[in-house]
Design a protein around this ligand. Structure first.
Ligand SMILES: *[C@@H]1O[C@H](CO)[C@@H](O)[C@H](O)[C@H]1NC(C)=O
Ligand SMILES: *[C@@H]1O[C@H](CO)[C@@H](O)[C@H](O)[C@H]1NC(C)=O
Ligand SMILES: *[C@@H]1O[C@H](CO)[C@@H](O)[C@H](O)[C@H]1NC(C)=O
Ligand SMILES: *[C@@H]1O[C@H](CO)[C@@H](O)[C@H](O)[C@H]1NC(C)=O
Ligand SMILES: *[C@@H]1O[C@H](CO)[C@@H](O)[C@H](O)[C@H]1NC(C)=O
Ligand SMILES: *[C@@H]1O[C@H](CO)[C@@H](O)[C@H](O)[C@H]1NC(C)=O
Ligand SMILES: *[C@@H]1O[C@H](CO)[C@@H](O)[C@H](O)[C@H]1NC(C)=O
Ligand SMILES: *[C@@H]1O[C@H](CO)[C@@H](O)[C@H](O)[C@H]1NC(C)=O
Ligand SMILES: *[C@@H]1O[C@H](CO)[C@@H](O)[C@H](O)[C@H]1NC(C)=O
Ligand SMILES: *[C@@H]1O[C@H](CO)[C@@H](O)[C@H](O)[C@H]1NC(C)=O
Ligand SMILES: *[C@@H]1O[C@H](CO)[C@@H](O)[C@H](O)[C@H]1NC(C)=O
Ligand SMILES: *[C@@H]1O[C@H](CO)[C@@H](O)[C@H](O)[C@H]1NC(C)=O
Length: 679
């Protein structure tokens, strides 16, 4: 210190030339005194245990510390002002010595793997205005005295493993604009002191374990633009003062236990709102008609609440992309229920419409064909929608998901559904649809799931469906389909989840192509009119966990190849004409939980091991020739024939044959004698 003073005094009274030389040496002296930051940085480095990209190799004596990777210094004073080591895969601890970098303004350590506590010594960084520690593995509590960093503008601690409560003290960080602690394990309530952060613009509390209600005082934050506290355990009501902040752009309260209604005037108060989500709460009452005045909305998520009544016109929401109102009590089962859909035809960016699980009645209006061409998902299932599927749906050529199941839709499937070439999932089951399954569905080559079960479709299953080469689930069950199973379809090797053809009137044999279903986990062809033998190729379907073939006319024995279905959990062969012995290998199927062999003609001894030990898991009634097994099955004892009796049988056969030969010899000789006599 003395040295500096002296140099400084001499510096003031020197000649120009001298002055320059002096200045140089002065600078050297100055920088050595500021080696303090170097030692702090080295102490910080010592806390780091992993540096996969070796960024800290440059932190060595051959380079001046202000040139070290990620370090920025104040040129004049030679003190560290910025430490930026984000996204470097660093692990270890944040050294408490970091609190000695007293000129630090920005500390950017986000997106690393720091895994200890946040050192409370950070509170000594009075110049700090940006602290980003998000996306690390930090544990422990948020240090209370972080409030001493009174210059903080941006504080991001999101996506760590922090515990404890949000300290009330953060309420004194009066310059704070961004406060983010999303995705931690924080508990307790949202401190009302946050209502004092009058500069706050962004508040992210999403995905913690916060409880209690949202304080009225948050409505004082007149600069607030982004607030998200979704995915907590917050309850109570949302203070109207909060939904009254005209600055709001994003409001996310989804996945909590919040009650109450939406304010009637919401649309007049929040003209800047782009994102509104209150899904999965307990809101009730009407969807306020003024919502259509939030003309900048991109996302409107009201799903899984208790909203009721009519859905208002949404005609002014021209930028809407995402509309979810599913899982409410909306609609009244009346014809005009779905008229709001027509108000969406000006929303040219609409991508997702989910109105399923409500009480909507009436028919689907033809105007759905005028919805945005950008629409990829349209879900209206589990309502009371009647009438026919409008042909206009074929205009929505970018649809990937179309769910209309569990309604009262009638009439036939419009042919132009085959225009929806992008369709990946089509769900029409449990309606009153009739007619044949149009061959144009075979044009849907991207289709992965096709559900048509529980309708009144009749006629043959056309082999066209086998053009859907990505199909992984096909459900045609519970219809009136007849004719043979097309071999191309049953051999569609993409099928992996379920092929369900049960409860129809299908005839003929089970084609051997069934063996192509190598990826399939569940096959159900029960309750049809199928006959012939069980094809041994079925043994190729080694991924099967459920095989149901009951209620047909299959005969013959269970093929030996079934032995390779080692992962099977459920096997139902009941109500057929199968015969022969019950194969011993069924007893060694480890995962088998349900075995139904009842009402067949099986004979011989019932095994006693594996599934056969469980009389609730195994059903064998209606097989009159079975014996043995556990007493619970109430079968007669098996009568074992001893080797001796078998020998006797052989003798009996021998005697019988000898007797026959004798009789024939007698007859022949009798005829010969008569012939001789005649001669
Ligand atoms: C940081 O400051 C503390 C307290 O003043 C001191 O004990 C510590 O040695 C300093 N660390 C370094 C690396 O200078
Ligand atoms: C010191 O850092 C420089 C710059 O990254 C590097 O080239 C040099 O190899 C380092 N020296 C040591 C001893 O690690
Ligand atoms: C996070 O860091 C990794 C490298 O460790 C990088 O690949 C990735 O892009 C970073 N992510 C973000 C969001 O910055
Ligand atoms: C914050 O707490 C830590 C440890 O309790 C202490 O070292 C530090 O000096 C405190 N900071 C302030 C500003 O009080
Ligand atoms: C908010 O600030 C006022 C005035 O500075 C103070 O009196 C009050 O206690 C603070 N409220 C909270 C909850 O911290
Ligand atoms: C949330 O906190 C409650 C107690 O406050 C605790 O019972 C629960 O397990 C926590 N949930 C999670 C997901 O941490
Ligand atoms: C809503 O804001 C207006 C001013 O913009 C104010 O007069 C009114 O009292 C506020 N209402 C609530 C419930 O906070
Ligand atoms: C939308 O706002 C306009 C004027 O700001 C008002 O006349 C209209 O009634 C509002 N619409 C609804 C549905 O509240
Ligand atoms: C769509 O916009 C046009 C022109 O802006 C308007 O005339 C029409 O009424 C709007 N349609 C709907 C359904 O809101
Ligand atoms: C759909 O749009 C077309 C052309 O813009 C128009 O002629 C037709 O009336 C509209 N249909 C419905 C039901 O809105
Ligand atoms: C769709 O299928 C129908 C009937 O199978 C066929 O006539 C038509 O040409 C197909 N359309 C396209 C675009 O492939
Ligand atoms: C017997 O089978 C039934 C039905 O699958 C199952 O619930 C039960 O747990 C099984 N019991 C034993 C002892 O495995």
């Amino acid at each position: 210190m003395k040295l500096v003073n002296i140099s400084f005094a001499e510096f003031q009274s020197c000649h120009l030339l001298l002055c320059i030389t002096f200045a140089l040496s002065f600078n050297q002296v100055f920088s050595t005194t500021n080696e303090i930051d170097k030692f702090v940085l080295l102490a910080f480095k010592a806390g780091i245990t992993g540096d996969p990209f070796s960024v800290l190799n440059s932190w060595n004596n051959s380079i001046e510390f202000c040139q070290w990777y990620g370090v920025t210094c104040n040129k004049r004073r030679h003190r560290v002002t910025i430490l930026d080591l984000h996204s470097q895969g660093l692990s270890g601890s944040i050294s408490p010595h970091i609190g000695n970098l007293s000129f630090l303004r920005e500390m950017l350590l986000q997106n690393n793997s720091f895994n200890q506590e946040i050192p409370p010594q950070l509170s000594r960084l009075h110049h700090l205005d940006v602290l980003q520690l998000d996306n690390n593995l930090l544990v422990g509590e948020i240090p209370k005295n972080i409030s001493a960093c009174f210059n903080l503008v941006h504080l991001n601690l999101g996506f760590n493993q922090l515990t404890g409560e949000i300290p009330t003290e953060v309420g004194s960080l009066s310059k704070l604009r961004i406060f983010s602690v999303y995705e931690n394990n924080l508990v307790g309530s949202v401190p009302s002191s946050i209502g004092n952060l009058s500069s706050l613009r962004q508040l992210y509390l999403t995905l913690n374990n916060l409880s209690g209600s949202i304080s009225q005082v948050l409505g004082h934050l007149t600069n607030l633009q982004y607030i998200s506290f979704g995915g907590n355990r917050l309850s109570g009501t949302i203070p109207f003062s909060l939904l009254n902040l005209s600055s709001l752009i994003v409001f996310d309260a989804g996945y909590n236990q919040i009650q109450g209604t939406l304010p009637i005037g919401i649309g007049l108060k929040l003209p800047n709102l782009e994102f509104l989500s209150i899904c999965k709460n307990q809101f009730e009452g009407l969807v306020p008609p003024s919502i259509s005045n939030c003309t900048k909305l991109h996302v409107l998520q009201l799903s899984d609440n208790r909203f009721s009544g009519k859905v208002p016109s949404l005609e002014k929401l021209c930028t809407l992309r995402w509309l979810t109102i599913y899982g409410n009590k909306l609609g009244s089962g009346k014809p005009e229920d779905l008229s709001f859909l027509c108000s969406l035809t000006n929303s040219t960016k609409l991508q997702y419409v989910g109105i399923h699980r409500n009480k909507f009645g009436g028919a689907l209006p033809k105007c759905i064909g005028n919805l945005s061409i950008a629409l990829t998902q349209f879900l209206v299932s589990e309502n009371q929608i009647s009438g026919k599927i409008p042909e206009e749906v074929g205009n929505l050529v970018n649809l990937e998901v179309l769910f209309m199941n569990h309604n009262q839709l009638s009439n036939v499937i419009p042919l132009n559904l085959g225009n929806l070439q992008s369709l990946v999932k089509l769900q029409l089951s449990d309606n009153n649809l009739r007619g044949i399954i149009p061959s144009s569905l075979g044009n849907l080559t991207k289709l992965v799931e096709l559900h048509l079960g529980g309708n009144n479709f009749h006629g043959q299953i056309l082999s066209h469906l086998s053009n859907c080469r990505s199909l992984d689930l096909l459900d045609l069950s519970n219809n009136n389909l007849s004719g043979a199973i097309p071999p191309q379809l049953i051999g569609l090797s993409s099928l992996a989840i379920i092929l369900n053809l049960s409860h129809n009137h299908l005839t003929g044999v089970l084609p051997t192509e069934v063996g192509n279903l190598r990826a399939l986990t569940a096959l159900d062809i029960s309750n049809n009119l199928l006959l012939g033998e069980v094809p041994s190729s079925l043994g190729e379907c080694t991924e099967l966990t459920s095989l149901r073939m009951g209620g047909n006319f299959f005969h013959g024995s269970i093929p030996e190849s079934i032995k390779s279905l080692g992962g099977i959990e459920e096997l139902d062969l009941s109500c057929n004409k199968l015969s022969g012995q019950i194969p011993e290998f069924l007893a060694i199927f480890r995962s088998l939980k349900l075995l139904n062999l009842s009402y067949n003609n099986f004979e011989g001894m019932l095994p006693c091991e594996g599934i056969f030990k469980n009389s609730t898991g195994t059903s064998i009634i209606g097989n009159n020739e079975l014996c043995g097994g556990l007493p619970e099955f109430h079968l007669p004892n098996c009568i074992f024939k001893s080797p001796k009796s078998r020998k006797i049988n052989i003798w009996a056969i021998f005697a019988f044959v000898a007797f026959g030969v004798l009789v024939i010899a007698l007859i022949v000789s009798f005829i010969y004698l008569r012939w001789l006599k005649k001669k």
